[in-house]
Write a protein that binds this ligand. Structure first.
Ligand code: ZN
Ligand code: ZN
Length: 362
């Protein structure tokens, strides 16, 4: 017989564990195995890179190893800690048996085929039930603490950008700008970059996911910079255009169109509308201007602990926006061989509408 959770679960984890238990009850599960690191962090505060969190009706068990012993002690002393010597499916199955579990949920997006096959064999008699996005869905709406962390990640990214822009001059390379951004963000308190920065000069900007290289800044070409910081595990994600000199007329034109798509989409953000509808508002502006085929990606995405999390703000996403969701709005027009323009801001859905969390001028 396993004794009850020794220590009570502190906020905000108490509420989050309770929410997961409600999902478990709905799906008639007596256990849920959390493998994704960000899911584990959201649920327990544990940041160790290796382990499982097992939630049962009464227990939150952290199955990890000696390397993360101290980390677990500091971050979630309330969880029942089990330090495993081997990380085999048999060891995990042993833990499931200890609680006499019959139906255990997991996220098929996070368990590899090999792990699933191994666990199924080792845990014979225990039904493993795939529940896609069980925790991701709960992560959709951010609480006040999470929004505060995102604001901080934005502040760091914006301050770093302002410093780097003052330093950019003809002759510097894309790679140097990217490195400088990383340096400034970390100096300002970022744990790391939220994702590898995109810095694209001139025609390179027509590739939405360009990797910075030896492109050199000149006076007559635009620079597209897409960057973000991770602070307190939460991220920011912005895109700005920098024009070291005159803006070429064609680029000025597409920037005006992208700006209008961006502004109108943000105006439209409010609780009750679908993510798809927000995308459509921006897409219509770009289509009417004749550049529809040159806007080849979704308008935006949810963000929080991951840079790209639900909801995708694009065609076919029927997710209805709710207060607490944080999404990016990032329309773009890309002209192969010529260049591209994208503008990206981070927007919080509020009770009455929205708040643009980012504040750098466009
Ligand atoms: Zn971005
Ligand atoms: Zn983005």
């Amino acid at each position: 017989v396993v004794k009850k959770q020794a220590k009570s679960v502190p906020p905000p984890y108490r509420e989050r564990v309770a929410r997961l238990r409600r999902v478990m009850a709905r799906r008639k599960l007596d256990g849920y195995l959390v493998q994704n690191r960000m899911d584990q962090f959201w649920l327990t505060g544990f940041t160790g890179e290796d382990g499982f969190v097992l939630v049962t009706a009464r227990q939150v068990v952290l199955l990890t190893d000696g390397r993360f012993d101290e980390c677990a002690e500091i971050e979630c002393p309330w969880a029942r800690k089990v330090l495993r010597k081997v990380r085999t499916p048999a060891r995990t199955a042993q833990e499931l048996r200890k609680y006499r579990l019959k139906r255990v949920g997991f996220d098929p997006g996070h368990l590899t085929v090999a792990e699933h096959t191994g666990l199924r064999k080792a845990a014979r008699g225990i039904r493993l039930v795939a529940i896609p996005g069980a925790i991701l869905d709960e992560r959709l709406c951010k609480d006040a603490g999470e929004v505060a962390a995102i604001r901080e990640a934005i502040r760091v990214a914006e301050q770093a950008f302002s410093k780097v822009v003052k330093w950019i001059r003809p002759g510097v390379t894309e790679a140097a700008i990217s490195a400088r951004l990383t340096y400034e963000m970390q100096k300002l308190g970022a744990q790391e970059v939220a994702f590898p920065s995109i810095v694209a000069v001139g025609p390179n900007a027509s590739l939405p996911h360009y990797e910075p290289g030896d492109g050199v800044v000149t006076r007559d070409q635009g620079i597209l910079i897409d960057w973000g910081a991770r602070v307190g595990w939460y991220v920011s994600d912005l895109t700005r255009m920098v024009w070291p000199g005159r803006v070429p007329p064609l680029m000025a034109k597409i920037q005006r169109i992208v700006r209008e798509a961006h502004d109108r989409a943000i105006d439209f953000v409010r609780p009750g509308v679908t993510a798809h509808a927000v995308d459509r508002v921006a897409r219509r502006v770009i289509e009417k201007a004749g550049y529809g085929p040159r806007f080849g990606h979704a308008l935006g995405h949810g963000m929080g602990l991951d840079c790209h999390e639900a909801p995708r703000v694009g065609k076919g996403t029927e997710t209805v926006l709710k207060p607490g969701m944080v999404i990016t709005i990032e329309p773009g027009i890309y002209l192969p061989g010529k260049g591209g323009v994208r503008l990206e801001d981070d927007v919080l859905v509020t009770e009455t509408g929205h708040e643009v969390l980012t504040s750098l001028p466009l």
